[in-house]
Design a protein around this ligand. Structure first.
Ligand SMILES: NC(=O)c1ccc[n+]([C@@H]2O[C@H](COP(=O)([O-])OP(=O)(O)OC[C@H]3O[C@@H](n4cnc5c(N)ncnc54)[C@H](OP(=O)(O)O)[C@@H]3O)[C@@H](O)[C@H]2O)c1
Length: 353
């Protein structure tokens, strides 16, 4: 069965998704009957591309890898001024809209408007964008449910390492009492370098910047804002909370010194920036982001480098810990892939009824 896909925001993750579609085309078709038809792409820098018959994915990847642009694809190209993302969402008929514009954790825009417009047009959504989900999950979920549409958000936490699909598909009827984990690869990399190589915070940060893990302005990572957005998502999506940013206590890693790390290690502990959300005895959701000393015996303590991890405390299984990549082109492209495939299977099932 063909599924019509529209892409809004086409950068690193978009390219990762296309590469997976290309590399896994045979298995996707043979095993799942999945044949993607990308009918439109709209990107602020690269422009917009429309082909109702479906864009040639291999041709597109080749052009982009050779340093070309959407314009070089030929027929169906428009500049962003001629046709912007909103025009595309309103004009194009598709089954799934994939939203991959940049994350804005203060306004959630432009993604929130894209997602709302897509729901109004009856399109399912897949996104790796934290902004709209951290800020407006309840409203967006309501819009989706009212229209019998699905919203895939796997890439918003731990990129392609399964979190939401895992919890939704394989955890019931467990009750999750607490989720805690390492939600930011950059800070985990810095803390690891400070411990294993005795680096100062400044040198470890510089190294993270040189390797492209940390931005020139590292505030979002090192002060815990990125982890906070993910804790907010875990609170509201998995734990059923209705928290706002201000409800979450946040502390970054900038006050931790090499001496603190050495002292902790002497006593069998390791510093980690831990995002945590739990229900207290009064059924209230409590969430925080802060550096904690974790005993060497805890699985989170052994997670080193730019890796993410989460421990779910459940009533039937006890503690379940997952770890895996929290960023990257293919890794986040994979998060888009699993959500698109899940929605495809649901549409397929409904059509067969
Ligand atoms: N990369 C990762 O490893 C990763 C991991 C997890 C989650 N995510 C999230 O996934 C999303 C995509 O990430 P990315 O790394 O692919 O970002 P990216 O490379 O910066 O690509 C985003 C693209 O969206 C474009 N854009 C901005 N506003 C737009 C608009 N109104 N309409 C259409 N296009 C617009 C941007 O153009 P301009 O540059 O001109 O603004 C840019 O080309 C982000 O929300 C990110 O936080 C990424």
């Amino acid at each position: 069965m063909e599924i019509r896909i529209e892409i809004i925001g086409f950068g690193t993750v978009g390219m990762g998704f296309l590469e997976i579609l290309n590399r896994k085309a045979d298995i996707l078709k043979e095993k799942h009957g999945f044949v993607p038809k990308i009918v439109a792409i709209s990107d602020k820098i690269k422009g917009s591309l429309i082909d109702y018959k479906g864009l040639d994915i291999q041709k597109l990847i080749k052009i982009l890898k050779e340093g070309g642009n959407l314009k070089d694809y030929g027929k169906g190209f428009y500049t962003f001024e001629e046709k912007n993302s909103i025009d595309i969402i309103e004009e194009i008929d598709s089954d799934i809209l994939i939203e991959m514009t940049y994350t804005n954790i203060n306004t959630g825009e432009p993604a929130t408007t894209h997602i709302k417009k897509a729901f109004e047009k009856g399109k399912h959504i897949v996104t790796s964008n934290k902004g709209p989900i951290a800020l407006f999950y309840k409203d967006l979920k309501k819009m989706a449910d009212e229209r019998n549409l699905l919203m895939g958000i796997e890439g918003t936490v731990l990129s392609g390492t399964p979190v939401f699909n895992l919890v939704e598909e394989t955890f019931p009827p467990n009750s999750i009492k607490r989720i805690k984990g390492i939600l930011n690869g950059t800070t985990n990399y810095i803390l690891t370098k400070m411990e294993t190589e005795g680096m100062s915070y400044e040198s470890a940060l510089k190294k993270a910047q040189d390797l492209g893990y940390a931005e020139a302005d590292p505030t979002a990572d090192v002060e815990g804002f990125d982890a906070l957005a993910k804790v907010l998502i875990l609170s509201n999506v998995i734990m059923g909370g209705d928290l706002k940013k201000e409800d979450i206590k946040r502390e970054g890693i900038t006050k931790i010194s090499s001496e603190d790390i050495k002292e902790a290690a002497k006593n069998g502990f390791r510093y980690k920036l831990i995002g945590s959300v739990e229900r207290d005895e009064n059924d209230k959701i409590i969430a925080s982001v802060k550096p904690l000393k974790i005993p060497f015996s805890d699985p989170l303590s052994g997670v080193s480098g730019a890796i993410n991890a989460l421990t779910f405390e459940t009533d039937l299984l006890g503690e379940v810990t997952i770890q895996g990549p929290g960023a990257g082109k293919l890794e986040t492209g994979f998060s888009i892939m699993i959500d698109v495939l899940r929605i495809f299977k649901k549409i397929n099932k409904q059509e067969k009824k």
